[in-house]
Each structure stands twice: as structure tokens, then as C-alpha cells.
Design a protein around this ligand. Structure first.
Ligand code: PEP
Ligand code: MG
Length: 876
């Protein structure tokens, strides 16, 4: 039998969401439970996929099936398409598997033409209604199907109102609307070149095609990328017999939520308009009344509606968002879905539903979107002011939260302005370690270059500071301290607002409101912890960040990037000295300066983590990030090292690398200069011994991680330095402290030879930032420049630096886990790339059998929740 592409509402149910889309499945479900639903049918998501496969055409077979269902619908409703006795009018609406509010298209009153409208006018005794329907239909069809554009029609309506001396649409008479319909058709012909279609079948195919096409419109594509909805899903189309809310004063239309979507309060919340059709509520052409007033106007329909709300909540065990129409006092349900809600409301509703006995703890955990927790932990914009403020650009949402401040162009200015009490936004071409203090002082950071794992993004995320990165549209003029964006020039001191959760950039100051975490947050996180298997660690480089992460529930540190400990102004000279040394003696001298700093930091971090595991990664400085570029810094370094400026410049020139990210970094440094590994081992071990002595009840087991290994002999060599140094210190201290030596898997060769490497490693931690970079062969800092073109051409749907590429990079991870455990069954496995805080990647880590994920402090709650959801899904 050939595939079935069309289902009557009475043939479906709520479990058929993949095929019928959310709206179609719920219309079917409401039909099944006996609610008043105008009947119709759903064209499946598979028909949409087929439409794209067939070169954006609806095949003759599918067209025939649709028409067969029109005949069935005629049988059910007793009305006929294009009939002059009893005409059938339908709405045509999109409905994807996951709801995408407002992203795709809708057409109402389809089936009307000049003859049908006359019949309707006469039979109903309500010509105003009939002509109102017709002019709306022409307007929507022209806009949605033929893409003529709304504004021409709105102008005609405004001209008509002006000519009649009225201000409201409802004040226009039947004659006015008839005249408008004529004008609309003329407008259509002038723009399209043909007459407005009169055949309902032609209208229907045009509308279905438009809905399929709208799956690929730019706003839908962006929405999908932001919400992890695959392009391959497609949208279903619902064809439903019309119920009319615009037939008179005993009619109306409304939208309501069973609970307040902003606060979660258990109280009906919504709006209602008499004598109107759905789009009037949405478009805001008239001001609706609160739903409570519906009780006075339509007591019977309201009572029935309240029952429906109750029934639907009990049926779906979740807050419902419903659309309905009242036609001549009778209620019709047009849609129900689990309502979108604010993160705070989501937590309250989940807890209330558990307390009401509607859902289990596991279901509560499963219903919260982990990504939404971000907004609870960071400041947000004042919603009212936000609405009125123009967006001037957008780029990567690199680190969440809202920021508003005056523009500064250098890290020094950021620091100086902040010290005198100004709020600043730091705008840079890109950031480097020297900028760290300015980054700390700024409310937000905006960069022209850099991807999701660029320095700015990684550091900002660690600090919990808002960052929008890779805004290539900025024309930067650093010298004159100004830049151009969105057609406007911004100077130092101008106000700018950034949303690091959406990547949007706003002109002007938008006040922010601080984060607030309610009791429900803790309750839901408590449940999440009960059901997850994966441990959640954090990436933290300072005692402060470590302590912050502990408050968010981190169970250890999965990555301490030791080079980040030298970003501060008073520390960077020592590491520069080390990098620019040309003899072992000089390097030892520089290392002797670094050692106490490191040891002190490690002690602070161990203290903050209270005996929990801490993985310390040995130096992995991309050298170009550290060598001085400013003349003054070069002079200072020369003086410190007793060298001439020319000598230092020569050393710097000698350090130049064509591709520093693939250059002399990671374990390659320790291979060339083993004294670095020896110094770091001393700092790690001595710190651990000291902390152990202070806290005899903790069991200190420091974890040393060697980065960027691609060949087992590299690891073996560096490890020999570590073991020799560590064993000696531990013995001297008369201690029996254990320690682990492991490696990062961030080079494809390491993944491919993981069985060999595992023989030398106590643990693997997947450095998926570099692993992604090297597997794809494009730079983590520069990919932003061309990824947009890849999204537009549907080559990639997501940024692989933000969401783990499970097909390619994931396969390497999976392979390395299996190979590693084969030769070392006790091998401990984790991930510390930025993907460790991304929900879909966390789910992958769970499935792949990792022991833990590690992410920046503010993403720890997201990872805890995502890990629980993965475990719950797995058990089902
Ligand atoms: C990685 O490569 O995934 C990683 C965590 O290391 P870094 O980002 O410091 O290169
Ligand atoms: Mg790395």
C-alpha cells in the first residue's frame, strides 16, 4: 500500500506528534475525548519532507489524497467546497512536531470567492461578516501564499477608515468592506499579474504549499537553530473547518493559558475579543479584554470553557495554551498545546503539578528545558524597555546574561571607568589574556572576531559575564575609538546593551534586573540529582570560580587551565619570561617565580572544593596569546630579563607560528622543556600535601592532566617527569597520598590510538574544543566567519563548537572510550570541552558511558538537569 499522507482528526491521537505535528496530534486527541473541535484533517510532516524531496512541489498523488479528504470533510460537515448552497470554508495552519509559535504561516476563510461571499452574505443575513471574511482572506492569501506583503493592504484599510471618518476596523460597514475586497483584488493583480484565484481547490493547494514553504523561512530557520529542532522534521498542515468569531456580538475569539505563563500561578490567564478573528488578537489591531470578562459576556460558553481547561490539564498533566472561538454563543476549540512559559514559571508549575499529584518527580525533571536555567542565574533586561529598543545587530550568544553599559575600547579603559563607578561594555576586535582585568570590570563583552570557544567566550563563560562574540558586521576603528554597526556610528561613552543569551545587540541603555533563584529551583535540582548517573564537574581556574561552582552543585573540577592563572597584570610578566627564555637556567628562574603562585592557587582551589576531585591541566598556552605586543610591555620584559629590546624582539619573532593553535602548545611544551612539567608537578603535589595536612578527614587525590597528546610516547615521557618528581616529594613528606596522571583526548590521533594511550593513563578527558577543531579541520576562532553560509545552505544546522557533532566527533569519542576501556578497564572518563554544558551533548555523554561532564560554573545546573533527563529517557 502506498504511504498515507493525510489523516482525519478522528484517525489520529496525541502520540502521533511526529507524523501529525503537535497541533494535529492535539486536535485529534481533543476530538477523541469529545471536545467541540471543528472537524478537518492533517497533512503529515512526511508530506512536507516529500514536498522538499520533489523539488518544492506537492506530488499529484498527495494532491489527490488531499482532495479525497476534502470530500470526506464535506461528508462530515455537510458543507461543500465552493458550493453556493452551503459552502465549506477552512483554515490552513502549520504545526510542527515541536511548537514554533509565530514562526510559520496560517490562512483563514479559505474557500471564498465572489460568488460564495454573496451566498454567505444573503444566507446569514449578515453581509458585513461575509465581506469581512473575504477581505481578510484576500489579505492573508496575498501575504502568505503570494508574498505580496501586508503593508499595501493595511494602507488601503487605513485610507478607507480615513475616508469614512472612523478609527476602528469594526466601524467599517458591509459596503466599505466590499469595496475594500475589490481594492485588495486589484492590488493583488497589479503585484502578481493575474486575477485572484477563485477556485477553492487551487486556493487550498497554494495555501498548503505556502505552509510547507514557510518551514524554510529565515525566522523559522533561526528559531530551529536556537531551539535544537532539526530541519529534517518538517511541518504538518492542518485543514480545519472554520468557526467564526466575527459573525456578530455573540461571537468572539480568544487565547488562554490554564496557568499564568509568566509566574506559573494557577489561575486562568488570557484574552478575548468579541466579533473578531484570531489574527486580531495576535496582531494587536484591537485591544482584547481579560479572559475573566468573558464570563459576563458569554456565561455559558465560559463555563464550558472552564470545564475544558480542567479536562485538558488533567489529560495532558501540564499547563495548556489554547485557542478557541465562540460562534453564536457556542464554544469551539481550535488548538491546545503545552504552553510556553518563563523559566521561573516552568519551575513553579513543575513543583505545583508534583504537589497536586498530577506528575511524578521524574516527569517534573523531564519537563524543564535545561537551557532556560541560564536566565535564572544571570541578570535579564527589563522586558518593557526591551520591547521598545531597536536591535542593531546580532552575533554568537557566547556567554549568557544581559549587560548594559557605556562603550569602551580597551581593557585599561574598562578597568579605569569601572573604578570610577561607570558601567561599561568592552568592545574589542578580539580579546587576549591581557584583557582579563578589563573583561572582569565590564558588564558585557562584544567582539568582532572569535567563535564559541574563542578566548573571550571561554573566559567570559567562566566568569559568568555576558559576551556576544564574532560580530563580523562591526566596522571597527579602534584608533579613533568608534565603530559602525546597523548603519550607525558608536563612539566611546555611548550606551550599548548586549544579550549574551540571544546574541542580540541593542542601541542604547536597557536596564537590567538581577537574577533571582526561588525555592523551586533547589527542589527541581534536588530531584535531578536523585535520578542522574553522570557526575557534574566544573571548569574553574581560580578559587573564586571554584567556590561559585560549588554553590551551583559542582562535584569536582574537571579542568583547571593553569595558563589562565597568569592572566592578571602582575603575573603575566613571569609567564612571558618563561616563554621568552632561551636557556634552561633562565627558564628555571622564571619557573621559580611561577611555582609559588601556582601552589597558592592550587591550595585555594583545593580548599574551595573541600576534598572533591580536582583535575589540573598542565600548561597549554597558545604562545601567541601570551607574548607581549605593546612596546612598553616588551621594554619591561627586556628589563626584567636583563636583555635588550632587540633581543626580546628577536625571540618573539622566533616564536612566531603560522598556526599557533596547531603549534608549540600542550604537551609539546613539556616535551621540549620538561622543567615546566616538573615545576607544575611540585606545585600540585605540595599544595595537595599541605591541604591534606590541614584537613585529615579529606582524601586528597590530585589529578594531573597532560594536554594535547597524540602519541602514547609523548604521554609516557611527560608522565615519567611527573612520577619522578611527585614520588620524591610524597616520600620526603612521609605521606602515602595517591595521585592520578591522565590525558586529554583532543587530537584525532589520540582517539584512534586510545587503546595504547590508555595503558599509560588513569583517566581520559575529552577536550572537544580542540577535538572538534581538528576533526573538522577549521579553526575554533575563525569558523564564525563562514558558518553562516553553511547554515544558509543547510550543510550544518548548528555550531559544532557549541553542540557536539555526534556523527563525526562523537564517533571518535565513542571509539576512544571503547578502545581505552579495553586495555584499561578502570579508566575514568570525562569531558571538559565547552560541550560539557550543552544539553544534547550531555545526553550523548550519558549514552556513551562517560563518568562525568565538566563545564563552566554557571552551566553546572544545566548539566545536572540535562544529565538527569538523559538518565530518565534512557530508563524508559
Ligand atoms: C578543549 O580543547 O576542549 C579544552 C578543554 O581545552 P582548551 O579549550 O583549553 O583548548
Ligand atoms: Mg584544548
Amino acid at each position: 500500500m502506498s504511504k498515507k499522507y493525510v489523516y482525519l482528526f478522528s484517525e489520529g491521537n496525541a502520540n502521533m506528534r511526529e507524523l501529525l505535528g503537535g497541533k494535529g496530534a492535539n486536535l485529534a486527541e481533543m476530538t477523541n475525548i469529545g471536545l467541540p473541535v471543528p472537524q478537518g484533517f492533517t497533512i503529515t510532516t512526511e508530506a512536507c519532507t516529500q514536498y522538499y524531496e520533489d523539488g518544492r512541489k506537492i506530488s499529484p498523488e498527495i494532491q489527490a489524497e488531499i482532495m479525497e479528504y476534502i470530500t470526506k470533510m464535506e461528508g462530515i460537515t455537510g458543507k461543500k467546497f465552493g458550493d453556493l448552497e452551503n459552502p465549506l470554508l477552512v483554515s490552513v495552519r502549520s504545526g510542527a512536531r515541536a511548537s514554533m509559535p509565530g514562526m510559520m504561516d496560517t490562512i483563514l476563510n479559505l474557500g471564498l470567492n465572489e460568488d460564495v461571499v454573496e451566498v454567505m452574505a444573503k444566507k446569514s443575513g449578515n453581509p458585513r461578516w461575509a465581506w469581512d471574511c473575504y477581505r481578510r482572506f484576500i489579505q492573508m492569501y496575498s501575504d502568505v501564499v503570494m508574498e505580496v506583503g501586508k503593508k499595501y493592504f493595511e494602507q488601503l484599510i487605513d485610507q478607507m477608515k480615513e475616508a469614512r471618518g472612523v478609527t476602528q476596523d469594526v466601524e467599517l460597514t458591509a459596503e466599505d468592506l466590499k469595496e475594500l475586497a475589490g481594492q485588495f483584488k486589484a492590488e493583488y493583480k497589479s503585484k502578481i499579474g493575474t486575477d485572484f484565484p477563485t477556485d477553492p481547490k487551487e486556493q487550498l493547494m497554494g495555501a498548503v504549499q505556502a505552509v510547507f514553504r514557510s518551514w524554510d523561512n529565515p525566522r523559522a530557520n533561526v528559531y530551529r537553530r536556537d531551539n535544537d529542532i532539526p530541519y529534517s522534521w518538517g511541518t504538518a498542515v492542518n485543514v480545519q473547518s472554520m468557526a467564526f468569531g466575527n459573525m456578530g456580538d455573540d461571537c468572539g475569539t480568544g487565547v488562554a493559558f490554564t496557568r499564568n505563563p509568566a509566574t506559573g500561578e494557577k489561575k486562568l490567564f488570557g484574552e478575548f475579543l468579541t466579533n473578531a478573528q484570531g489574527e486580531d488578537v495576535v496582531a494587536g489591531v484591537r485591544t482584547p479584554m481579560p479572559i475573566s470578562q468573558m464570563a459576563e459576556k458569554f456565561p455559558e460558553a465560559f463555563a464550558q470553557f472552564q470545564n475544558v481547561c480542567h479536562l485538558l490539564e488533567n489529560h495532558y498533566h501540564d499547563m495548556q495554551d489554547m485557542e478557541f472561538t465562540v460562534e453564536n454563543g457556542r464554544l469551539y476549540m481550535l488548538q491546545t498545546r503545552n504552553g510556553k512559559r518563563t523559566p521561573a514559571a516552568a519551575l513553579k508549575i513543575a513543583c505545583d503539578l508534583v504537589d497536586e499529584g498530577q506528575i511524578s518527580e521524574k516527569q517534573a525533571v523531564a519537563m524543564i528545558d535545561p537551557r532556560s536555567l541560564d536566565t535564572l542565574l544571570h541578570p535579564q533586561f527589563d522586558a518593557e524597555v526591551l520591547k521598545k529598543t531597536p536591535v542593531i545587530g546580532s552575533a554568537l550568544a557566547a556567554s549568557p546574561g544581559a549587560a548594559c553599559g557605556k562603550i569602551v575600547f580597551t581593557a585599561d579603559d574598562a578597568k579605569a571607568w569601572a573604578e570610577r563607578g561607570e558601567k561599561v561594555v568592552l568592545v574589542r576586535l578580539e580579546t587576549s589574556p591581557e584583557d582579563i582585568e578589563g573583561m572582569k570590570a565590564a558588564q558585557g563583552i562584544l567582539t568582532v572576531r572569535g567563535g564559541m570557544t574563542s578566548h573571550a567566550a571561554v573566559v567570559a563563560r567562566g566568569m559568568g559575564t555576558c559576551c556576544v562574540s564574532g560580530c563580523g558586521a562591526i566596522k571597527m576603528d579602534e584608533e579613533n575609538k568608534c565603530f559602525e554597526l546597523g548603519g550607525k556610528v558608536f563612539h566611546e561613552g555611548d550606551w550599548l546593551s548586549l544579550d549574551g543569551s540571544t546574541g542580540k545587540i541593542y542601541d542604547g541603555a536597557i536596564p537590567t534586573v538581577d537574577a533571582s533563584i526561588g525555592g523551586e529551583f533547589g527542589r527541581v535540582m534536588g530531584w535531578a540529582d536523585k535520578y542522574r548517573r553522570l557526575k557534574v564537574r566544573t571548569n574553574a581556574d581560580t578559587p573564586h570560580d571554584a567556590a561559585q561552582a560549588r554553590t551551583f552543585g559542582a562535584e569536582g573540577i574537571g579542568l583547571c587551565r593553569t595558563e589562565h592563572m597568569f592572566f592578571d597584570e602582575d603575573r603575566i610578566p613571569a609567564i612571558r619570561e618563561m616563554i621568552c627564555s632561551d636557556t634552561v637556567e633562565q627558564r628555571e628562574k622564571a619557573l621559580a617565580k611561577l611555582e609559588p603562585m601556582q601552589q597558592g592557587d592550587f591550595e585555594g582551589i583545593y580548599e574551595a572544593m573541600e576534598g572533591l576531585p580536582v583535575t589540573i591541566r598542565f600548561l597549554d598556552p597558545p604562545l601567541h596569546e601570551f607574548v607581549p605586543t605593546e612596546e612598553a610591555d616588551i621594554e619591561k620584559l627586556a628589563a626584567d630579563m636583563g636583555k635588550t629590546v632587540t633581543e626580546i624582539k628577536a625571540i618573539i619573532a622566533g616564536l612566531h607560528e603560522f598556526n599557533p593553535m596547531m603549534g608549540h602548545r600542550g604537551c609539546r611544551l613539556a616535551v621540549t622543556y620538561p622543567e615546566i612539567a616538573a615545576m607544575q608537578t611540585r606545585a600540585v603535589i605540595k599544595a595537595a600535601l599541605n591541604v591534606q595536612a590541614k584537613h585529615p578527614d579529606w582524601t586528597m587525590v590530585p589529578e594531573i592532566m597532560i594536554p594535547l597528546v597524540g602519541e602514547v610516547k609523548e604521554l609516557k615521557y611527560v608522565k615519567s617527569v611527573v612520577v619522578e618528581t611527585a614520588d620524591k616529594l610524597i616520600k620526603e613528606a612521609g605521606s602515602d597520598m595517591k595521585y592520578l596522571v591522565g590525558t586529554m583526548i583532543e587530537i584525532p590521533r589520540a582517539a584512534l590510538t586510545a587503546d595504547e594511550i590508555a595503558k599509560q593513563a588513569d583517566f581520559f578527558s575529552f577536550g572537544t574544543n580542540d577535538l572538534t577543531q581538528m576533526t573538522f579541520g577549521f579553526s575554533r576562532d575563525d569558523a564564525g566567519k563562514f558558518l553562516d553560509a553553511y547554515y544558509d545552505r543547510k550543510i550544518y544546522e548548528n555550531d559544532p563548537f557549541a553542540k557536539l557533532d555526534q556523527t563525526g566527533v562523537g564517533r571518535l569519542v565513542d571509539m576512544a572510550c571503547k578502545l581505552g576501556r579495553k586495555t584499561n578497564p578502570d579508566l575514568h572518563l570525562g569531558i571538559c570541552g565547552e560541550h560539557g554544558g550543552d544539553p544534547s551533548s550531555v545526553e550523548f555523554c550519558h549514552r556513551t558511558g562517560l563518568d562525568y561532564v565538566s563545564c563552566s560554573p554557571f552551566r553546572v545546573p544545566i548539566a545536572r538537569l540535562a544529565a538527569a533527563q538523559a538518565a530518565i529517557k534512557d530508563a524508559q
